[in-house]
Structures are given as C-alpha cells and as structure tokens.
Design a protein around this ligand. Sequence first.
Ligand code: HEM
Length: 399
Amino acid sequence: MLAGLGLAGAGGALAACSSNASSAEPSGSAAASPSAGGGFTQVSPEEERNAAQKTTVAFDGKHQAGIETPHQRHGLVVAFDLKDRNNVRRDLTRLMRIWTSDARAMTQGRPALADLEPELTGDPRNLTVTVGWSPQLIADANITGRLPGWLPNFRNGLPPFKGDALQPEYSGGDLVLQVCGDDLTAVSHAMRVLSRGAKDYVTVKWTQRGFVDSPQGQTPRNLLGFKDGSIVPRTPEEFDKAVWDQQGGSAMIVRRIKFKLSDWEALDRGGRETVFGRRIDTGAPLTGGGEFDEPDLNAVDSTGIPVIDPHSHVGITAGSGRTILRRPFNYDGMTSRDGDTGLIFICFQNDPAKAFVPLQRRLAQGDRLNQWITHIGSAVFWCPPGTRAEEYWGQGLLS
Ligand code: HEM
C-alpha cells in the first residue's frame, strides 16, 4: 500500500512536468490519477517508465531534434571557433564523435562519458541538442558529399541588411550548439559538459541564453507582449516543404535583435497593434478571426485605408509567400533600465537565399517595427541531418 503511494507520487510528479509533447506516446493510462475512492491507484513499472519517457525527446532520427520539437522553455545557444585550421576535417570528425555520444546520452537521461555531475542528467525534461556547421567550416573541411546549394554563397555569413549594427561578440562562429529544454539546470549542465569535452578543439565565440513562457499548448509571447510563433510550419508536409533540405538537414539563422523598450513603452496599445497588424490579446490579425486565421491584406476600412498597414510586420511578412520555422527565445540582459533586452531570433529553412534573406531585405527596408529594434548579432549554420543509432553527426559526410 505504502509502496503504491510512493510510486503514484513519483509518476504524478513526472506527468506534471511533461507539458510539452515529445517523441514518446503518452501512456494513456491513469498512471497517477486519484482513484474514484479518493486514494491513488498503484502504478506498474511499465506505466512509470512511460511517464518518465514523456520528458525525453528522441535523439536519433531522420532529422536532428530541437527543430521540429515543440518549443521548450529554455534555450542556450553557443557558437565556437576551431582552434586549428590545419586539420579541419579531422578535428571536426573527432568533435562530432564526442558531442554526439554525450548529447545522445544526456538527452536520454543518462550521464555523458566523463560526466562530473551525473545527478544532473536523470530528468532531461525535453532536453535537445542541435549542432550546426558554418558554410566556411564546411568548405575548409573539404567535404565532397552532396551538400545544399546555398552554402558557397554564405561563406562570409549573411549579406548586410539596412540598419544592421552587428557586434562581433554575437556574430559568426564555425560551429553552433543549440541546447533547449524545460529545465534550466539540465540545459546548463549539458552545455557545460559539451563545451568541456570540446576544449581541445574549439574556443567559445559567443553565448546567448533565452527563455519563453511555459505555453501549455499556447503560443509563447515575446517581451513586446505579442504572441510570437503563430504562423509556422506544423505538419510533416509543411516541414518537408519549408524546413528540411534534400539531405535531411536545415539552415539555421541566429539574429540577436535588441528592443528599444523605453520608446516602445511610449506607444499606446492601438499603435502597437498597428505596428504588428495583429491584436495583442488574442494574437488575431486586425482583419478579424482567430490567432491562426489568415490576415486579409486587401481589407480596407470605411475611409479606404488598409486595415493591416502594408508596412506593419505582418503586412510585410504574411504576403511574402516565404515560409520559415521561427523558434525564437526572449532574452533579458538588463543591467540598466535600457539594458540589452530583446529576441534571439532563431529560424530554420531549407534555403536561406529563398527564405530569410528576401524576407529580411523587405523587413529592413520597410517594417514599422524597425523604429523599436536593432539587429546586433548574426550567424548562419547548416544543421546536418539526424543520426541512426551508433552514428555520429555528419558521419555520412565526414567518414
Ligand atoms: C524583434 C524582431 C521580431 C519580432 C518581435 C517579431 C514578432 C512577430 C510577431 C508578433 C508575429 C505575428 C505572430 C506570429 O505569426 O508569430 C510575427 C510574424 C512573422 N515574422 Fe516576425 N518578428 C521579428 C523579426 C522577424 C524577422 C527578422 C523575420 C524574418 C526575416 C520575421 C518573420 C516573420 C514571419 C515570416 C511571420 C509570419 C507572418 C505570417 O505569415 O502571418 N520576423 N513576428
């Protein structure tokens, strides 16, 4: 009886902390629910295992985790530079072996090989690790396998955009690790283990830490108050069309975008909604309907003025016909009232030359939002495809 109570409690706690969907099927049983009589039903070992699995995102698969994965609460993104450019391919291969093995273990709730704090790996809570290689690194590694066609044109990073005020401490890098999860301790520990394991090969170029609210199935909000992430690819077909390339990889872009919050706060709610073309409360387009309904970019009011300003953020992006997976995190580096606060804008697509670049060109030219934001960091990477069990990241290209 007592053992049953203990198990039920543990299962309940696990079930409660697994708000995000993950690779595992929900057990479908009342593992820890109170019984009709008010007590707790006993939980079988299998049911308990199922509850634990809910907090684990599969590591191996056709594509890397951390892209299609439902948005976790915490994100830590670190870019690295290779120390030695004489043996790029050899060092990249060694690094991928180490990182893949450690990331596979930690995301599945097991300690990494030389884990100094194995207690921090027991409950990964949707921990994912995603790796990316810069176009220049790929060229230097002399990879001859089939690669996406956009890479050679991005060896110097993204093209410059009007209004850019890029800082080297948030830009560039040979490699990137994006570690996401619902438990900040697990995220932080995983990044520490991975960067320690790589110290013979790389130095840290930049670090960015971000968060989003716990959405419970709802779209998270950015620090300007708006739901951010409503219109993104959702079905496997939409991902195939917009996000995955023929190799099974994806282009990852990271832009650090700083807000001018004091100026933004001087704007009333109506003004803010005009800037975005959406309502703050529901996230619905100003032309009506719900959050996920299409904005009517042709609608005009009784005086003939467009309901959604063509220069609003959605006025520009929604009509563009370009689809990207936006997976941003808020950041708050507040050291003074107007400290560095904003959005770590992360997006994935199969070809940045056809998606991010034309979109950002249009936004940089005409987005009303530009008055309140500045792009201060920029980096572009290719995330190689996912792995089969025992394989390391990029094995098919490096071996
Ligand atoms: C600080 C910078 C930014 C903020 C605060 C922001 C915020 C938003 C918000 C609130 C929406 C409407 C809700 C939604 O669909 O998620 C939105 C939509 C969108 N944004 Fe941004 N965004 C930013 C930068 C960018 C950038 C740099 C790009 C791409 C170059 C971009 C591309 C898009 C796209 C494609 C949509 C969907 C439009 C649609 O189809 O309705 N955004 N953004």
